[in-house]
Design a binder for this molecule. Structure first.
Ligand code: ZN
Length: 385
């Protein structure tokens, strides 16, 4: 679908405006014109949802707006099969349950079996019929208790525990490497003389190198796409693929671009919302990837950040996305187009993955793992069996 943007008008714009009014991002006024105030409201909405802030209503923004119509309490929520209920109200409910210590998994806005179980557990504890659906009685109990009871971040502790129980050995673990873009979507493109560098090609090259190295270390490795896929894939499709493979980790590779060619550096993203809910295991992976790359390559450190992007939100394993530098920066580009530099990035990511599986107490300083010795390190690790 073509993005709806500033200057457009018609029923779709009226619809977008009415959702933004409902979210209190736009003042009430009948109009079907995408004016400056609408543009500002769309950008504020995108920022709040961790969607790229461009003021354009394309597929992802429209999907998020559509889900945002529902306010918690406006309808009865239940586990519907096969088409699960999706919406802002589900997300609010999940966040409230998470704050209270119930295990809904990630606040992904989808009323799945796990959310229904968490609701049933809540119902049992407050003495309501345990039907796992959220209607007026359950809402009333939630309103009464929701603000008082705030637990830790139990779902992330559970995720951390599951990860710990998986053991410290890389052998047999499944990792999904997701080269961004592809299939007509080239990502950032920079012409340079007779050459043309594209993000899609460079991240695929990195993914293929990483695939070889991780497989040599004994991991099961899957790439989300080949070098020339017929079609592009959404974040949700990539997440579904990783989930269906039962992956233990996911690393998505991108490059950045900016109109100002002075912008440069590497940044890593993990799942998290602004209000303190974040994946602790994902955050640790992001930290390790970011630190290893910065220390080993000397690329400028643009830090790690929490985002709610579909790929990070819908994956069930620790997942990160790393933007490995700006293709638009002459400095970063010179390095990224050099295969030797890309090999350094691959080694940094390999070291980060290895460190994910070291017990915290025997973790090693950043930049210190000689990844050529990975098998030796594995063999001598006391808990690698
Ligand atoms: Zn990208």
């Amino acid at each position: 679908m073509r993005s709806i943007r500033r200057g457009d008008s018609g029923p779709a714009v009226a619809e977008i405006r009415s959702i933004l009014v409902g979210l209190e991002l736009l003042s009430e006024e009948e109009s079907d014109v995408f004016d400056e105030a609408t543009d500002t409201a769309v950008r504020a909405f995108q920022q709040s949802r961790g969607i790229g802030v461009d003021g354009l209503v394309g597929d992802e923004t429209w999907g998020a707006l559509d889900a945002a119509r529902w306010r918690l309490g406006a309808r009865t929520l239940f586990h519907s099969v096969p088409n699960a209920l999706v919406g802002e109200d589900v997300r609010t409910l999940q966040e409230r349950l998470l704050e209270m210590g119930y295990d809904t998994g990630r606040a992904d806005s989808i009323y799945g079996a796990r959310t229904a179980r968490a609701v049933a557990q809540f119902q049992r504890e407050v003495g309501l019929t345990q039907d796992g659906s959220c209607g007026p009685h359950t809402m009333k109990a939630l309103r009464r208790l929701g603000r008082k009871v705030v637990g830790g971040r139990p779902q992330w502790l559970r995720e951390a525990e599951a990860f710990r129980q998986a053991g410290t050995n890389l052998m047999g673990k499944t990792i999904v490497i997701d080269p961004g873009h592809g299939g007509g979507d080239l990502g950032v493109v920079v012409p340079e003389g007779p050459l043309r560098w594209t993000e899609a090609d460079l991240v695929f090259d990195l993914a293929a190198r990483l695939e070889g190295r991780l497989a040599a270390a004994g991991m099961r490795v899957h790439l989300t796409r080949g070098p020339h896929p017929a079609q592009s894939m959404t974040g949700a499709e990539r997440a579904t693929l990783a989930n269906s493979l039962g992956a233990d980790l996911l690393i998505s590779l991108h490059l950045d671009g900016h109109e100002n060619d002075a912008a440069h550096g590497v940044a890593t993203y993990h799942y998290g919302t602004g209000n303190g809910l974040s994946s602790t295991v994902g955050e640790r992976l992001a930290n390790l990837v970011q630190r290893e790359i910065v220390v080993r390559t000397g690329t400028r450190d643009c830090r790690i950040h929490a985002k709610t992007w579909e790929l990070l939100r819908l994956t069930r394993m620790p997942a990160v996305r790393v933007d490995l530098g700006y293709l638009t920066s002459p400095t970063d580009r010179d390095r990224l187009v050099n295969p030797l530099f890309r090999e350094q990035i691959v080694e940094a990511i390999l070291a980060a993955v290895q460190r994910m599986y070291y017990p915290v107490e025997i973790d090693v300083p950043t930049g210190s793992i000689d990844v050529r010795q990975l098998r030796v390190a594995l063999a001598s690790s006391p808990r690698s069996a």
